[in-house]
Structure formats: structure tokens, C-alpha cells
Write a protein that binds this ligand. Structure first.
Ligand code: 5GP
Length: 206
């Protein structure tokens, strides 16, 4: 389906800096809105229900799966994560841009349903840097860090399926790259025609 809003899907291994990049983009660009996922994992640190995630029980999650409330859902690091269909459709059909931070399995599922979605993969500059970022973050036990790194090896192999790749070595450079991707979508013919209709009319272009 072709919606007036653009859907961006960002995937990356844990620690690659995806959340910080998305947060910075959201602060700079009020036309882009986050999609808040549902998860069965417990909140970490300062996370709040309804802000980072909707933290729900496994039986509630299973019920949402049964009632087709998710456009995609996946099991990541042993916990379940899902994206609500209605939240996304509502926004993009009204012309808002939506950004999803999800794992690569979910990203590839989204593309099957929203064929115009732009898929962006964030890579760390090296395995050493990824490990040290996860350690510095101090949120996970050494066992969880090992699990995240093991999963990361599988995840980065999927980068080739994505439309764009950003290597997050220097944060500002990576943010510039992300903004450039979003900006470029707004310069596409159909997007310009929607956003600048009077100019096109005056130029007799339809
Ligand atoms: P974390 O627990 O570190 O917040 O997230 C773990 C992984 O789950 C990350 O790769 C994150 O992007 C992914 N994730 C978060 N929400 C969703 C979702 O709705 N669907 C899918 N497939 N993955 C998600």
C-alpha cells in the first residue's frame, strides 16, 4: 500500500548505537514519530511503560499475536517483541513519518507488508568496539553480553538485505547519514508533489 507518510525501519545489533541515533533524529525532526513496540522483557534502568516500550506479560503478548494486532513480531534474546499494526497505519495514512527500531527479522517482515518502507542497517565499526560499548553501557551481565555478541554475528550478515547501511563510528557522522537518508526521501517526486502542490500546479506539472 502507498501511504503519504514514510516508514523507516532501523535495525542493528545491540550496542551499535541505534537508539541514540533515532533519539537524536526525533529531537531534530518533528515530522518523524517513533513507533513504540510491545515486549515481554522487563524494563531496564530508567525505561518507562509507554515511552521506550509497552512492557506486557507473556499471555497478553500471545493474545495480541492471536488477534493479529502485530504487523510483525519476533523473539529476540529469548524475549518477545512486536510492532502494533494500528499505530503505524494510523500515522503513515495521515502523512506522518514513522521510525521503527526493530531487529532484522522484524525489518524484513515489515518490508513484505509495507513495500515502500526504507530499511536502514546500523553497523558498529568493529567487534572490539561493539563489545566495549556493551560493557560501558553497564546494563547487561557478562553472560547477556556474550549472547548479544553471538546474535550480533548473525544479525550483521543480514545488512545486505537493507536499502542503506550506516557505520556508526563517529556519532555525528552517523547522524548526518541518517538525516541525509530521511531528507532524500522527501525530495522524491511523489513526496515533493504532495508537500509542494502549489508549486507543481503553478508550473503545470502533474
Ligand atoms: P532491547 O531489549 O535491547 O531494547 O531490544 C532488543 C532487540 O529487539 C533490538 O534489536 C530491538 O531493536 C528489537 N526490537 C524492539 N522492538 C521490536 C519489535 O517490535 N519487533 C522486533 N522484531 N524487534 C524489536
Amino acid at each position: 500500500m502507498d501511504y503519504p507518510g514514510q516508514l523507516y525501519v532501523i535495525a542493528a545489533p545491540s550496542g551499535a548505537g541505534k537508539s541514540s541515533l533515532v533519539k537524536a533524529l526525533l529531537e531534530l525532526d518533528s515530522h518523524v514519530h517513533p513507533s513504540i513496540s510491545h515486549t515481554t522483557r522487563p524494563p531496564r534502568g530508567q525505561e518507562k511503560h509507554g515511552r521506550e516500550y509497552y512492557f506486557i506479560a507473556t499471555d497478553e503478548f500471545d493474545e495480541m499475536v492471536k488477534t493479529n494486532a502485530f504487523v510483525e513480531w519476533a523473539s529476540v534474546h529469548g524475549k518477545q517483541y512486536g510492532t502494533s499494526k494500528s499505530i503505524i497505519e494510523d500515522r503513515v495514512s495521515k502523512g506522518g513519518d514513522v521510525i521503527l527500531e526493530i531487529d532484522y527479522q522484524g525489518a524484513l517482515q515489515i518490508r513484505k507488508i509495507f513495500s515502500n518502507a526504507i530499511l536502514i542497517f546500523i553497523l558498529p565499526p568493529s567487534w572490539e568496539e561493539l563489545r566495549s560499548r556493551l560493557e560501558r553501557r553497564g546494563e547487561d551481565t557478562p553472560e547477556i553480553i556474550d549472547l548479544r555478541l553471538k546474535n550480533a554475528a548473525l544479525e550483521v550478515a543480514q545488512a545486505k538485505e537493507f536499502d542503506f547501511v550506516i557505520i556508526n563510528e563517529l556519532f555525528d557522522r552517523a547522524l548526518f547519514d541518517l538525516k541525509a537518508i530521511v531528507h532524500a526521501q522527501r525530495l522524491k517526486f511523489a513526496a515533493q508533489l504532495r508537500a509542494r502542490a502549489p508549486v507543481f500546479e503553478a508550473l503545470h506539472i502533474s
